[in-house]
Design a protein around this ligand. Structure first.
Ligand code: LIP
Length: 261
């Protein structure tokens, strides 16, 4: 894929995420009318997730019908080698409970590497973005990970879902606190990566997360100067993986802490 093809897709991806974000915000304001379905323990979904994903699917079919789409709700629509990976509403539990910490996340993956990322928080009107080799931004302003080097001053985002056992997560909390490291569980892996990229957090750790939750954030963290664990394995689109993101100085200390937990 040449730079021009990538740039055209990046422009289109931003437009698609903004449109889906506007629809999601409209649903959010009338969330009381939404019927909530369960996908598993503490794993919810509503018409808002489905309609926002369908909007992006229709957009993609119009603009780049040769590309493929992987969405949280509709799964894989295989076409050509370029893969758009979408989480129409990341932080769905927050969304349905009226907690204004959710977003639309989109990443474009080529040859197993995320090259374009957009994470849009419509409630805060914050657009986190990055294209490989062109840096990361928040509402167009360049962003960098924090300069934090000391685990005893660090604030780390933690994620958990019942896709994994409780005990390792509980040990993570204890291990980080014993190390003097503060943690926050905000309920959106995508925003956890975006906040790491702009220095609101010094890192993010979750023992299992899906590609659609992080595809947008991977390139945003890297282009903001952060380090990311080797998330993109061959079958990650179906299996998911653990994710560790952090400032360069904190990555190895955090790695050894969570490996010890
Ligand atoms: C959520 C992730 C979060 C994880 C939740 C859930 P969703 O995604 O962003 O990191 O801890 O279990 O998977 O379901 O809101 O799109």
């Amino acid at each position: 894929m040449n730079q021009d093809q990538l740039n055209r897709r990046a422009e289109a991806a931003e437009a698609a995420v903004r449109e889906a974000g506007a629809l999601a915000l409209d649903f959010y304001r009338r969330r009381g009318d939404l019927k909530i379905d369960s996908k598993g323990l503490q794993d919810v979904v509503s018409q808002a997730d489905h309609d926002c994903e369908s909007l992006i699917e229709a957009f993609l079919a119009r603009e780049f019908p040769e590309d493929s789409l992987l969405g949280e709700e509709g799964g894989l629509r295989q076409n050509g080698p370029t893969l758009w990976v979408v989480d129409p509403i990341d932080g769905t539990s927050n969304f349905l409970r009226g907690v204004a910490h959710w977003c639309v996340s989109l990443g474009i993956v080529v040859d197993g590497r995320a090259l374009v990322g957009f994470i849009y928080d419509p409630a805060a009107d914050e657009m986190f973005s990055a294209v490989a080799g062109r840096g990361a931004a928040l509402n167009g302003e360049p962003i960098r990970v924090s300069g934090e080097t000391d685990i005893r001053r660090a604030r780390i985002g933690l994620g958990f879902s019942y896709r994994t056992a409780v005990a390792p997560h509980a040990r993570d909390v204890e291990t980080l606190l014993d190390a003097g490291c503060e943690y926050l569980r905000l309920g959106s892996g995508a925003l956890g990566l975006a906040y790491t990229a702009c220095g609101r957090l010094d890192g993010y750790w979750e023992r299992h997360i899906n590609l659609w939750d992080v595809a947008g954030g991977l390139v945003i963290v890297e282009e903001a100067g952060g380090r990311i664990s080797d998330f993109m394995t061959r079958d990650v689109a179906t299996t998911g993986n653990e994710i560790l993101a952090a400032t360069p100085a904190l990555f190895d200390p955090l790695r050894s802490l969570v490996d010890k937990a």
